[in-house]
Design a protein around this ligand. Sequence first.
Ligand SMILES: NC(=O)c1ccc[n+]([C@@H]2O[C@H](COP(=O)([O-])OP(=O)(O)OC[C@H]3O[C@@H](n4cnc5c(N)ncnc54)[C@H](OP(=O)(O)O)[C@@H]3O)[C@@H](O)[C@H]2O)c1
Length: 356
Amino acid sequence: MASNHPENLAVRVIGAPEGLPELKDFEVTVEPMPVPGEGEVLFRGIYMSLDPAMRRKMPYPVLAPGPLGATAKIGDLMIAGQVPPGRGYSGGMVGEVVESRHPDFKPGDLIHGGCYWQTYQVLHGRHLDKLPKGEAPLIAELGVLGQPGFVAYAGMELIGQVKPGETLVVSAAGGAIGMLAGQMGKIAGAKVVGVASGEKVDYVVRELGFDACIDRHKEPIGEALDRLCPEGIDVYFDNVGGEVQRAAFDRLRDFGRLVVCGMAGEYNAAESDHGPPLRPVLRKQLKIQGYVIYSYYDMYPEFRRRVLGWLKEGKVKYREQIVDGMANAPQGLIDLLSGANKGKMIVKLGPEPGEA
Ligand SMILES: NC(=O)c1ccc[n+]([C@@H]2O[C@H](COP(=O)([O-])OP(=O)(O)OC[C@H]3O[C@@H](n4cnc5c(N)ncnc54)[C@H](OP(=O)(O)O)[C@@H]3O)[C@@H](O)[C@H]2O)c1
């Protein structure tokens, strides 16, 4: 509760980095404790998600269009979720209500929401979702049951639609979204090949059951895809853009699908300078579709029911890497953008209810 953790720790962005951000681009600050007005709720963040797209919400040396919503200016708080806030689900945190002036919330309720890298926040109740207690570990609400899991599910269900016997390639395969996208491919009966780096290469094969995984730092992607997918690729689930995207695109079979989920490998640049040619799209009758998860909320209950079922049956595994405290969040984001994460990257801001 507030009295145990009276400091409202936050992080502001104080640089407009070119390329990978550095620690000097961030400043850890103590902000005043916000006070809820009519209809508003004060909550304490317990876990905060770190996402590659947070890089796109930092200022760039030249003005560039960010993802949906606002981009921070120099001196602003780092952005953790949708700004302006949408539904709680689109926020970057899970936490506990401290004080409520909204009839649907009371102190002690667990919520999903939050816009900034700030421990205590005030938002109108309509921008928060109440979380069920005891259905799953709280941290999973930012991972396998949260936005990453949902993004994987929506991309595979709506666009990938992989069939038994087909070949699925997933980039950032050991990351928050790639982990689930690849396992959904296995559940659907496909051959699944990941692209990753470091120990994740072994992890997705040994622990998650992928058929193979390419280490993008050890072998040219195109050669590795030719070796592992000699018949070509039916579905490419793209989390990274860049050269991995191009190598996979070139190997799509007739009626192949390219799920444009994200471009984490390009976010350090203001704009993308890659893009596949369109003639093969016509010749091979390919489908290329991007999607932003904010448009698909109505699928969330279906997703949650199915993933909870898969978790219970042991068909899906998942892991998180925990960063300790708000002050370490900048390094966590830098690690995530460098590929040094082991699974979903989450900052622990404070104790869970009942935890010492
Ligand atoms: N469409 C939507 O609505 C939506 C919503 C949320 C997120 N996303 C996007 O989904 C993607 C995955 O997000 P996530 O949270 O699951 O992140 P993540 O996969 O946990 O982390 C990003 C990974 O990208 C890989 N990477 C970084 N630089 C790269 C490069 N230059 N070339 C190739 N790979 C590189 C790294 O993995 P390896 O080093 O292991 O390869 C890194 O760990 C991101 O692009 C994100 O923006 C989309």
